[in-house]
Design a protein around this ligand. Sequence first.
Ligand SMILES: Cc1cc2nc3c(=O)[nH]c(=O)nc-3n(C[C@H](O)[C@H](O)[C@H](O)COP(=O)(O)OP(=O)(O)OC[C@H]3O[C@@H](n4cnc5c(N)ncnc54)[C@H](O)[C@@H]3O)c2cc1C
Length: 393
Amino acid sequence: MRILIVGAGIAGLTAALALLRDAHDVEVYEQAPRLAELGAGVQISANGARVLFALGLEDAIRAVWCEPAGKEIRLWNTGETWKLFDLGAESVARYGAPYFMIHRADLHGVLIDAVRALKGDAIRLDARCAGFDDDGRSVTLHLASGARVTGDAIVGADGVHSRIRNILAGDDKPEFTGCMAWRGLVPAEKLPAHMRRPVGVNWVGPGGHVINYFLRGGTIFNFVGIVERDWRVESWTEKGSREDCAADFAGWHADIHAIIRNIDQPYKWALLGRTPLTRFSSGRATLIGDAAHPTLPMLGQGANMAIEDGIVLSRCLSAYDDATTAFARYDAARVARTAKLVQGANEAAKRFHNPALADAAGARAYVDTEWSEARTKQRYDWIFEYDATRVAI
Ligand SMILES: Cc1cc2nc3c(=O)[nH]c(=O)nc-3n(C[C@H](O)[C@H](O)[C@H](O)COP(=O)(O)OP(=O)(O)OC[C@H]3O[C@@H](n4cnc5c(N)ncnc54)[C@H](O)[C@@H]3O)c2cc1C
């Protein structure tokens, strides 16, 4: 089939690669004039890694990733530390695939190279989608330039402010969650020596949490700090100041302030919640990635879901002769899982920011219960065990 994908983010490129490997003809229409990703990290758990490796990207990813030995929980003010889970060999033994951290630009670059190796001109830049028609036999993509492109099916991979979702499902009504996310990168050599350990850390505290981990073989440190505070601009590129960020973490541990002091440029992103859709597809059009199921970042699963979507979508389009049936099967495979992940991310905020974490004694009791080995397994195993390369379609 000739598949038109709107958006060259992680979702659109993973789907393009999977479809090209399955011998479909694919074109990706990206609004940006050049391909670039943000300066930020992303955590890829076993469910996402399994797909990327199945798509032949293992060597390219290993060259740029950072594989932590494990994850820790740390208390916001005292820095008291608990093991959350082991990663490294343990993730591979338990889930059959690694858990790794990667710079978004590096993952994006690996996907772009792989797509272009199969079809050199697959990615069309400066090509903003304005709308589309579906006449039941084919689809026509309308570009803002006035150009029209015809294909067998259209895939909206156009992110959280998706035009295609808007056409398929109407205006969504995002609700401010009361939280905003700070993000920034720090050159590793600027951190105190005791912080340069190969572990990912989830700092938890009343009204906020911080996620940090290393990227690019340990040379860059990624910071995401989420606080309960008013800020309504949902954009990855809105700049903030180190002073403002530090003020949001007043009273937090010195290690947090050592990070914030050394962030190159902090950015701030409003966290808006959206009710999960009950279907992603209509006729010959469907949605993947954040366009389908925008989520809060609390479980680190937005990009992982996008990657899972890509391969399931490709499997469906290869298994069924017509796009409408393929997309109905894709919905059947994906809607419930992604809604459960979106819901899980909503609930995680309450745990990470719980008032019980305010003082050390209350925090110990809370952490021992909420992050016990049994609870942690119950919360994460179903996420990491999912095999998008084999799930029933
Ligand atoms: C603070 C934070 C931390 C996160 N950390 C993690 C993590 O650790 N692990 C994880 O799995 N996920 C994480 N996520 C989520 C993850 O970043 C997203 O889920 C993922 O990037 C979505 O990819 P996408 O391709 O669907 O969308 P995007 O990356 O937004 O790509 C959409 C693309 O479509 C293009 N586009 C938009 N409109 C049009 C149009 N009309 N025409 C043509 N092109 C268009 C855009 O320019 C863009 O290139 C995090 C998110 C946040 C906010």
